[in-house]
Ligand binder design. Sequence first.
Ligand code: F6R
Length: 640
Amino acid sequence: MTADTMLAKKHISFEKIPTAIYKDSEQPSVAVAREIADIITQVNAQGRNAVLGLATGSTPKKVYKELIRLHKEEGLSFKNVVTFNLDEYYPLEQEAMQSYRRYMKENLFDYIDIAAENCHVPDGTVPQELVKVYCDNYEKKIEEAGGLDFQLLGIGSNGHIGFNEPGSHINSITRLITLDFVTRADATSEFGALANVPKKAITMGVSTILKAKRIVLLALGEHKAQIIQKAVEGPVTEFVPASYLQGHSNTLAVIDEAASAELTRRKAPWLIENVLWDVAMIKKAVIHLALAVRKPILKLTNNDYNENGLSELLALYGQAYDINIKVFNWLQHTITGWPGGKPNADDKNRPERANPAKKRVLIFSPHPDDDIISMGGTFQRLVDQGHEVHVAYQVSGNIAVADDEALRFIEFVVDFNKEFNIKNDEVINIYRQAGEFLKKKESGEQDSKELRYIKGIIRRGEAKNTCRFVGVPPENIHFLNLPFYETGQVEKKPLSEEDYQIVMDVIEEVKPHQLYAAGDLADPHGTHKVCLDAIFEAVNRLKNEEFMKDCWVWLYKGAWAEWDIDLIEMAVPMSPDEVQKKKFGIFKHQSQKDGVVFQGSDAREFWQRSEDRNRATAELYNNLGLAEYAAMEAFVRWKF
Ligand code: F6R
């Protein structure tokens, strides 16, 4: 960790919390676990207990996994370790599935040699009138244990640390707080519905955290990139409680490449170090400049370059005029109304090949609606322009169907059978069992096999409906039902040989000239990332096959994010009518409309997110001085 910390300090002028960036999402967790192990060993060698502050949530899970491995395989002992967890929902039973006490047992305590009396997690069952005394006592216990030697933190999408929500004071100590809406929305998937998420929590305070001798803030995934930028580079403010860490003298932010995306060293590296001015960097710099000074590219002047840290680029390439034209043309050439290539046209400056004029196209859609949400306009054009379009739905998406939606279908089947006096015991039993289960289902409880099956059929029907609407024949629809997804929970299994084989089979069957995949890195634990990994692995295994020599892979983004404009290699414009048609295509996914199970903190419906995003991409192109379109879908080519 020391080497990384030193490296991190180089960027101190922008990064006010030293930050270590790791290539993938595994390494940061391993490094943090190593540091914890070292602290335990060092403190124990001084003859005292190591006192650790621990966090929960999805981020530290791999840290705990690695600590368990270190205990089992390398003899790391927790006999002389005392832990204090940051927080707990309130009120909440300790045995509840969402309780942090339970989380700690299941993810760490049950697998190491720590004494039960040394593990402290705030208690969500303390009567309200005793909470104040309880919290003061929690503080006292930390002090009596000798203070925190180490504090592990995650960061909420609103910048919270522990449950110190925006507005928390720097002097705050352990207390009962009211949870922010964003935090409750983020927790919806664990509790089944927003209404089930507790409204309060007990949390260590900002001051409690800042007293720790060493703090590590761990953040993984693209969805943390914006808040990490604010915490690390922004002003210290109570509105981003993680920014208080800037005032702590021994804090390190440990993040992966995806979470670093918004930092200046990624967004504008020329402001920090010498860069290699290749095509990608020139494009990035000029687009960054145009957006910063709010001018179209062709209006940028020598002064604009000089005054914004780009004098070196100017010195190397002459006049602003020359660079502007070059970058403008590069951008212009990304725009095409012919995503499958324009037949009989010169394709030298087009994103896709003209030949073969009729291509076999395979669109991978992680969930049953990502095809239409993320690339519906392009999907429609490919069909309309006569290509043989196949869609492969990677996972069933069953956990995202609400119970009442499933009940509606169950009642339909039961009533239908009654009406027509159909007596198929096997079918009736499946539906009856699912119905019975639903009546007794507790909040957040995992669905039964039958119910999951029914929810899967609902989503399959919606996908078929979209394909019918767009014009894809039934024989070109492939439901892969990848096994890694079928846990019935948010947490999935790792990818297996079976998953790879299924993905390889469909590629081999279609032998596509074009393959589209969701290049979504927004969530390292998320389904899109796993689905993409399965495709990357399958393509790599197949790359020496003859048909793969003609196969180009295009990546689109999911519902939330868009590619940075300098990375876009194909931009497909849409007319207002096409935008409208795409919206109707998204409406076919009735189970994902009007308040979905996994809404997150973004209150917009999927069609709204998609419209906003496609409009924003078109506006960006327009702001840079290119033609004004109603909307645009964007793609990046993956060269395997
Ligand atoms: C958990 C905690 C929270 C989380 C934060 C990030 O004990 O205190 O601050 O660290 O909400 O959660 P994940 O890791 O799930 O994104």
